[in-house]
Design a protein around this ligand. Structure first.
Ligand SMILES: [Zn+2]
Length: 291
């Protein structure tokens, strides 16, 4: 699932292709739960307009629409936002991949999983939003319209400080890992980076949040920023369906210290990395380095 770094990498790659270009046509798939704003209304609100900017809020992308309003995009589990003409075999499903020769795989054509296709009034590439599992979302907010999704976001994971995290965890009986995944507490954090940050901080994921010390909260905040900035730098984690918008693979999965390394030796102390299920998500940790 794309987390903050993957969304940020997507934003940086796609913003130059999406911002400042007039949308001539918006092609959409059929109405579905992907569309928080019905396709017809989305087309009416966006065609003939350009986006002035594209920002990130937690795991959401937020475009400022010329003439007012905001475009909200969420990649969900398998959402991909990319320009037409990019080459990546993972844009195709396993079934299609099995049926196609490698050179055919590289020539992606919009399919029924392509829910949005922005076509512009210049000769440049179209921008596509493709999502096989449709947990992604699109919404057009009218000028001044509030969004419950945005209003409930906590401090961004790249901006949260140790003191703020310490205050947010006081009196909380939930496990620290569970709290880090709560978007109302730390916006943008997901499973991979929570595990990695807790390893760097030396804190076990199962620790009761209210018992984590101020110093440890400081280390967790630093750890979150460190792993996420490094991941952004390397193009995000290419785990499951994530692919960078230019069609290349991210590189961060090669630098993981605990995530998905169950049974492998800890790079710091040599003990075997353990895995447990916490709040229906798997948590990975080192019994030697984390307490
Ligand atoms: Zn260790």
């Amino acid at each position: 699932m794309p987390e903050l770094p993957e969304v940020e990498v997507t934003r940086r790659c796609i913003a130059p292709l999406l911002v400042g270009r007039r949308i001539a046509h918006l092609r959409t798939s059929r109405p579905s739960y992907f569309f928080l704003t019905p396709p017809a209304r989305l087309r009416r609100g966006l065609e003939g307009r350009a986006l002035r900017s594209l920002e990130r809020a937690g795991k959401y992308l937020l475009g400022e629409v010329e003439g007012g309003g905001r475009l909200l995009l969420h990649l969900g589990m398998t959402g991909q936002l990319f320009a037409s003409g990019v080459a990546s075999v993972r844009l195709l499903s396993a079934r299609q991949r099995a049926a196609l020769a490698p050179e055919q795989q590289r020539a992606f054509r919009p399919d029924h999983h392509t829910h949005l296709r922005f076509e512009f009034d210049d000769a440049g590439p179209a921008v596509l939003f493709r999502d096989v599992r449709k947990f992604g979302k699109v919404q057009l907010l009218a000028p001044g319209e509030r969004s419950e999704r945005l209003d409930r976001l906590g401090t961004d994971a790249l901006a949260i400080g140790g003191d703020a995290l310490f205050e947010a965890t006081r009196g909380r009986v939930a496990a620290i890992k569970t709290l880090l995944l709560d978007q109302a507490v730390v916006a943008g954090t997901g499973n991979i980076y929570a595990d990695e940050a807790l390893f760097l901080a030396g804190v076990r994921p199962t620790r009761r949040a209210g018992r984590v010390t101020r110093a440890e909260c400081g280390r967790i905040a630093v750890g979150l920023r460190q792993v996420m900035l490094r991941s952004i730098e390397t193009g995000g984690s290419s785990i499951s369906d994530y692919v960078t918008p230019d069609g290349s693979d991210g590189g961060y999965q090669d630098e993981r210290r605990v995530y998905a390394r169950e049974g492998e030796p800890c790079l710091a102390c040599g003990r075997r990395i353990r895995r447990l299920v916490l709040g229906q998500r798997s948590a990975h940790w080192c019994p030697g380095c984390q307490r």
